[in-house]
Design a protein around this ligand. Structure first.
Ligand code: T4K
Length: 371
């Protein structure tokens, strides 16, 4: 058993002394928020790092999702996945939009494009897929459907920081993509998020919406929200960016170590990174199949008894939460893949500071469980 608890993740924190000069700048210029110099600098640095044209920073990913829907004036019904963090669907409810849950692909665990068309009604205005665990959705198939039915596509890309396909950032797909920079994410600003958008005009509207709808000192054009990232968060992001490549490389090593340790364990399916040229190793999900002797919850508890706090991301399905059950009554019986995966999934600890001994302990417990 490990002495200290090992959690599913631990935020990467650069050396504290490296942060002090950033704080000094903030203390000197007394600009704490409302689009100050750190905020501007981080937007530029992130557009360059991610290889995207326009980015609008937010105070968290959930407010960014809410605002993305507002920016495109999405209403009525939106097709989305039940296999995600609850914020995906909450952003729809907060906008008075009905989420329509469609099943996932058994391989990628992302929204299954083959099932989207059957869920489209005259009220459908958009699709909100999630690049779950940073594995890209079938962006081409989704865009084709969106084009055919004149629908908007907003990607919940909370897990997809730095992910690239053959042509570049995965974040360039759809009308908008939304990132989370929460403490538990690959790139964190303590709390934070962003919307990636294709043109300056859309970014301008998003920037207005995240600042109460102000256009100038005396003009408010929309019922905007306070979604601004503060200078201290932006400063931290600038520092994080200096370390991100090393942090990601370490995640990759851990992912490879798990794969090596678990490759011969019967009854375990490691969710593969598929469809990306550059992965971010944000999560390490495994599925416990019927021929693994322990149930998922038995393994979860066994790890917990040994001070290892793996997580069942994403169980329960969003469609099973009380505020969605009624709305999703017609769809709940139509999600066989998502239901099955939610019962089998467990995400193992993965983060840059994870020790070799902890990786070995996790793998050993899973191996033991197979005997
Ligand atoms: N869309 C998707 C697909 C998402 O996954 C998320 C967020 C969002 C949208 C919304 O983005 P934000 O509004 O959050 O920016 C966590 C996160 O709170 C949440 O951001 C994340 N998804 C979700 C997948 O995971 P919990 O309830 O599991 O967090 P918590 O507090 O249990 O943290 C997990 C473990 O991480 C802890 O056991 C210990 C460790 N931890 C956590 C925090 C907060 C630390 O070591 N330090 C910390 O500061 O939701």
């Amino acid at each position: 058993m490990s002495d200290k608890p090992v959690y599913v993740t631990q935020p990467y924190l650069p050396p504290l002394d490296e942060f002090i000069p950033y704080l000094q700048q903030i203390w000197d210029n007394k600009i704490l928020t409302n689009g100050g110099p750190m905020h501007k600098e981080l937007e530029t640095a992130l557009s360059n790092y991610l290889g995207v044209d326009h980015i609008a920073l937010f105070n968290n990913g959930t407010i960014a999702l809410l605002t993305a829907l507002q920016a495109l004036r999405v209403a009525g019904e939106v097709i989305t996945t039940p296999y995600s963090f609850v914020a995906t669907a909450h952003s729809l409810l907060w906008n008075g939009i009905k989420p329509v849950f469609v099943d996932i692909d058994p391989h990628t665990l992302n929204l299954d494009p083959a099932r989207i068309e059957a869920a489209i009604t005259p009220q459908t205005t958009a699709i909100m897929p999630v690049h779950c665990y940073g594995n890209p959705c079938d962006v081409e198939a989704i865009q084709k459907i969106a084009d055919n039915y004149n629908l908007r596509v907003i990607y919940d890309a909370a897990h997809a920081f730095g992910v690239q396909d053959e042509e570049g950032s995965i974040l360039r797909h759809g009308d908008l993509s939304v990132l989370s920079f929460h403490a538990t994410k690959v790139f964190n600003t303590f709390e934070g998020g962003a919307i990636i958008c294709p043109d300056a005009k859309t970014k301008k509207r998003i920037d207005q919406l995240k600042n109460f709808g102000f256009v100038d000192e005396v003009t408010v054009v929309a019922p905007g929200i306070n979604g601004k990232m503060s200078e201290i968060n932006a400063a931290f992001g600038l520092l994080q960016l200096q370390h991100i490549d090393r942090a990601m490389a370490r995640r990759r090593e851990i992912s490879q170590a798990y794969r090596e340790h678990l490759k011969d364990v019967k009854g375990i399916r490691i969710v593969e990174e598929t469809g990306q040229k550059v992965a971010n190793y944000s999560y390490f999900p495994i599925l416990l199949e019927a021929d693994y002797p322990l149930s998922r919850d038995e393994l979860y508890l066994k790890l917990k008894e040994n001070n290892i706090f793996a997580r069942r991301y994403f169980y329960p399905l969003i469609s099973e939460f009380p505020m969605y059950r009624g709305l999703a009554s017609a769809q709940r019986n139509n999600l066989p893949v998502a239901n099955a995966v939610a019962e089998k999934v467990i995400c193992l600890p993965i983060y840059p500071a994870l020790q070799e001994a902890s990786i070995n302990a996790v793998a050993e417990l899973i191996n033991q469980g197979a005997k």
